[in-house]
Ligand binder design. Structure first.
Ligand code: SF4
Length: 189
């Protein structure tokens, strides 16, 4: 740093030079704080959305630039959450962009000691075949006292909190259509 720059960076010099003798305004700001800018400043637009993590359904504003999510914050217009998000909702950008996010299907076969990667087609085929076989082997048309059931008790579905309403609706519809009656989800508080 040159001598003049060094002298000008001294707080007392900045206080006197910037008309801020008590250092309550601009003189108290460091270079770093001067260079800070709002995270949403560069966004092209904000898309109103609903936090997908739980059944509260807090309103979100998703800021986007070049088709990428740049920031997510609470939507003050939401009558549910009035601009607030809990830590999960605050971190939901990672749901889209985290480097820890998995993009491959992981499979650990019975008695396996490690995860294997499967293609999506292979995994879907495997799941469909297991459902068909299990359903056929465990189908109950009637109860022991002859009441009609048309169900299988050998398959269940347990959903996670990040499933949204529409996904849960479709899962329940699919399961009931297949005679799967044990359908649960964590998406509730
Ligand atoms: S996870 Fe948090 S932010 Fe998201 S809907 Fe539930 S309470 Fe709201």
């Amino acid at each position: 740093m040159k001598a003049l720059e060094l002298i000008e960076s001294w707080p007392v010099v900045r206080q006197l030079r910037d008309g801020d003798p008590h250092a309550l305004g601009p003189a108290a700001r460091s270079r770093r704080s001067r260079e800070l800018h709002p995270r949403i400043e560069d966004a092209e637009h904000a898309v109103p959305s609903i936090c997908p993590y739980c059944a509260v359904g807090c309103g979100q504003l998703v800021y986007v630039k070049d088709g990428d999510v740049t920031h997510i914050e609470g939507d003050p217009r939401s009558p549910i959450s009035r601009g607030r998000l809990c830590p999960k909702g605050q971190a939901s950008k990672s749901y889209v962009q985290s480097p820890l996010r998995e993009y491959e299907v992981k499979y650990r076969r019975p008695y396996g000691t490690r995860w294997e990667e499967l293609s999506l087609d292979e995994a879907m085929e495997m799941i469909a075949q297991r459902i068909i076989d299990t359903r056929a082997a465990s189908w109950e048309e009637k109860t022991p006292d002859d009441a009609p059931t048309n169900r299988t008790m050998a398959i269940g579905n347990l959903g996670g909190a990040t499933l949204d309403n529409e996904e849960n609706y479709l899962i329940k519809k699919l399961c009931f259509g297949l005679g799967i009656v044990q359908v649960e989800n964590q998406a509730r508080i």
